[in-house]
Each structure stands twice: as structure tokens, then as C-alpha cells.
Design a protein around this ligand. Sequence first.
Ligand code: PBG
Length: 325
Amino acid sequence: MYPIKRNRRLRANQYIRNLVKENNISANDLIYPLFIIDGKGIKEEIPSMRDYYTISLDILKKEVKLLWKIGIQAVLLFPKINESLKDNKGSEAINKDGLVQRAIMTIKESVPSMIVITDIALDPYSSYGHDGIVKNGEILNDETVEILQKMALSHAISGADIVAPSDMMDGRIKKIRLTLESKNYHNTSIMSYSAKFASNYYGPFRDALGSKPNFGDKKSYQIDFHNSKQAIDQALRDIDEGADIIMIKPGIAYLDIVKELSLKVNTPIASYQVSGEYSMIKESALKGIIEYEQTIYEQLIAFKRAGCKLIVTYFAKEFLQKIKI
Ligand code: PBG
């Protein structure tokens, strides 16, 4: 009680603040997303994600060397697939010579120790822009999971260290785990997008991949943002089914879920600061509304404070290159 307890004592100067600082962030916490495309010498800015690029594999080769040098140890791949290769079943997703499969090999050749994480969902490959097979306007669950199992295996064969199902079909974690085990990919981990909400923050990402759904929305599979119990339930189920890491997505607006889970489970939790969050910070900083670097730092710390071990963030590279903490 005041004046016995004066909270300002421990805020008096930088050094005492350092001593009582509860959370820190380092390269060990960060996963960097990469958008890839077929072709040569391509480095295309994503219109709704200023300073973020879609790159071809020759550029990727150099990019991962640079990322490794600045301390990034994990990348997450997203392919921009040529429209002519898209169909309802996402057949291109399981092509052993597909873009992602070649990208994994390219990264492993260039930086063998880089942890390669791949997104498992059909949307970049779907002629409908949906995460699963469409029939009569519905997204089929079990038929989609069968393809996702093959997709995850194909990525593991190509050398992926972690597969990350982001489709939100039911039962996919168990099926993927069993498939990987049965083919002796015991050490391929699964990072499940357990609690992926049907969010308005994914717009720029869908622009980047040309994967906007061409009918309806994703609310029949992604979680309704009014709910937290469903998210917790889903994460617990994914852990039961064999997820090694669970992810909550989007980021800042969903830290309540992270906090609750971090008090309940011992599985590492990741969060994804998504494309809309990136562009909101980028654009408002450019207008001089907020201070760019310190706002990024503050948000990244917020993830850690809530209980995230890992953060997928488009700021990872800039953060490590530019931001003094
Ligand atoms: C695809 C997927 C999406 C994102 C990651 N994986 C988009 C979606 O579900 O429509 C979004 C990431 C971002 O916005 O940065 N299943």
C-alpha cells in the first residue's frame, strides 16, 4: 500500500526497467512468410502489402541466405499458382514437381538448416478459391481431408520440416499424422492452425495469391469470431489428434484466445499477425499516424505477453534488420 508500495520505483530508469522486464523477443520467436511464384527473376510487390514481394525460386535462393544471416530460422511458404493449373480438387497441390515442392528443395539446397514450413490447404490451388473441394455450393470435409493427407506427405517427401494445415476441415490433424507416421515421416511436425477465425484481416493475402473465394465466404469452416469456446475446444482437439504446435489466427485481435490456451496447455502456441494487420501498420505509419518501428515492437511483445512462443509475422525481416530493442 502507498507509500510502502510505489509502483514507479521499478520504472525509474532504463536499467531498473530492464531488470524487471518480463518479456523479450528474439529471432528464435519469429517465422517469416514467403510468397513464391513460377518464373525467373520475378520480384513483384503485392499491391495491398507495401514493401512485400512475390518472388521466383531463383530470387528465393538468395533471399533465404540473407534471412539466415540475419537470424531467421523458419520460413512459411505460400504459392501463387497459375490460374490454368487450378481445379476444384486442387490437383496441383499434390504434384511432386509443383511450385511448393520445388521451393522446399530450393531452400534446403541453399540453406540446409532453415526450417521449412508449408501451408496445407487447397485455396491457392482451387478454381473456387476455397480451402476444400466444392460440391453444390458446399465445402466437402472428408473428401478434402484425403487430398490434404497427400499434400502433407508430398511436402514431407520434398523436405518440409513442419506442415501447417490451415484449411479448418474436421479431423485433418489425426489423418495427416497417421499418414506421415505410416510413411516413416516420424519427424515431420504438424503446426495446426487450430483456431483460425473467419476474419476480415486476410484481404491482402488473398490479393497476393489471387485466392479470393469466387462465391460465398469461409464461414462454414473457419471459426465465428463471436466465439472463444469453439476456438479452445478446437485447439484441445488438435493437440489430442497429434498437433505439435497450435496456432491462433489472426493475431492482435485474438490474444484473448492465446492467453486462455496458454494457461491450459503446455503445447507451444503460435500466433499469426496476418496480412491485414501488416498493411494497417504499414500504411498508417506512412501517413505519420503512428511510429512504425516501435509500434511493431510493441505488438510483437504483446504476442509474447499473451503466451505465444512463436509469431508468424511479415515484419520478421525488418524487425531483425532495423529495430533496436
Ligand atoms: C489459406 C490461408 C489464408 C491465410 C493463411 N493461409 C487465407 C484464408 O484463409 O483465406 C491468411 C494469411 C494472411 O492474411 O496473412 N488457407
